[in-house]
Design a binder for this molecule. Structure first.
Ligand SMILES: Nc1ncnc2c1ncn2[C@@H]1O[C@H](COP(=O)(O)OP(=O)(O)OP(=O)(O)O)[C@@H](O)[C@H]1O
Ligand SMILES: [Mg+2]
Length: 240
């Protein structure tokens, strides 16, 4: 390949560029770049370590999601891409996403894909929690005196990005509902983005979570409906 004329003039004949010795200045720059890269990799690894994601979920990315399985999946991917593109704005406004739809339609996959992309691209401290697990932990602190969940609860309340998976799967008692409200209300007030997945639609949320929690969830999220087939079954049939 020919050098552009300006470079050819500067460095004499074509190709000499390759043999230019690296000045101490550029060596320093390279070292710094390498150091920054390794620091970035270490940061990504540590964010993944603390993300609460299982081994399987670390593979839930946009690249591994097939958008053409049905129209709603394709549309959902478009909206996820737009969300990632506008992340700085979304973060500032505390905007999240609410994936709803039937079993195996890809809700958890897409919610986790957003997390994985933001950890890799922007090194966002993100946390994945399933709501049933969260409720179990809340109940335990109620039943087991002395059990202290404060640190974990603070992490859930304050994560830069929180994924709450399987919202509304069960109708919690008033006491547990109140604890859920504390988390959701905190994230709403502090404008911290939260991504929810749920088998139930927004219209059923008030009955399941109480009106005050449901109203905040709906206010801070863009709803994305997935109405395709159960992908677990599709994958089984394809594999057979
Ligand atoms: N369009 C897709 N392309 C590739 N894999 C998919 C797709 N949709 C779902 N999957 C895979 O199918 C499995 C089920 O998807 P996922 O767990 O996201 O479903 P879900 O909607 O959260 O279901 P549930 O309501 O049971 O929690 C996962 O292993 C996921 O990676
Ligand atoms: Mg799920």
């Amino acid at each position: 390949m020919e050098f552009p004329p300006a470079l050819a003039r500067k460095y004499g004949k074509n190709g000499e560029w390759d043999y230019l010795p690296c000045t101490p200045e550029c060596e320093k720059k390279n070292e710094q770049r390498e150091w920054e890269l390794s620091r970035r990799e270490a940061r990504v690894a540590s964010l993944k370590e603390r993300s609460g994601l299982s081994k399987r979920m670390k593979g839930y990315t946009l690249a591994s999601f097939k958008p053409y399985v049905d129209r709603s999946a394709a549309r959902a991917v478009e909206r996820v891409e737009a969300y990632l593109k506008d992340w700085e704005e979304m973060r500032e406004a505390g905007r999240g996403l609410f994936f709803c739809g039937g079993v195996g339609t890809g809700k958890t996959h897409l919610a986790v894909a957003v997390m994985n992309e933001l950890i890799h691209r922007r090194r966002v401290p993100a946390l994945f929690v399933t709501v049933p697990e969260l409720l179990d932990n809340i109940r335990e602190t109620y039943n087991v005196p002395g059990r202290n969940l404060d640190d974990w609860m603070e992490a859930v309340k304050n994560a830069d990005l929180l994924v709450l998976d399987d919202l509304g799967a069960e109708k919690p008692s008033d006491w547990v509902q109140e604890r859920m409200f504390v988390i959701v209300n905190h994230r709403y007030r502090e404008a911290l983005p939260t991504i929810f997945t749920s088998n139930i639609g927004p219209e059923e949320l008030p009955r399941q979570l109480g009106e005050r929690t449901a109203s905040r969830v709906i206010a801070m999220c863009e709803g994305i409906k997935l109405d395709g087939r159960d992908y677990r079954e599709t994958a089984r049939n394809e594999g057979a």
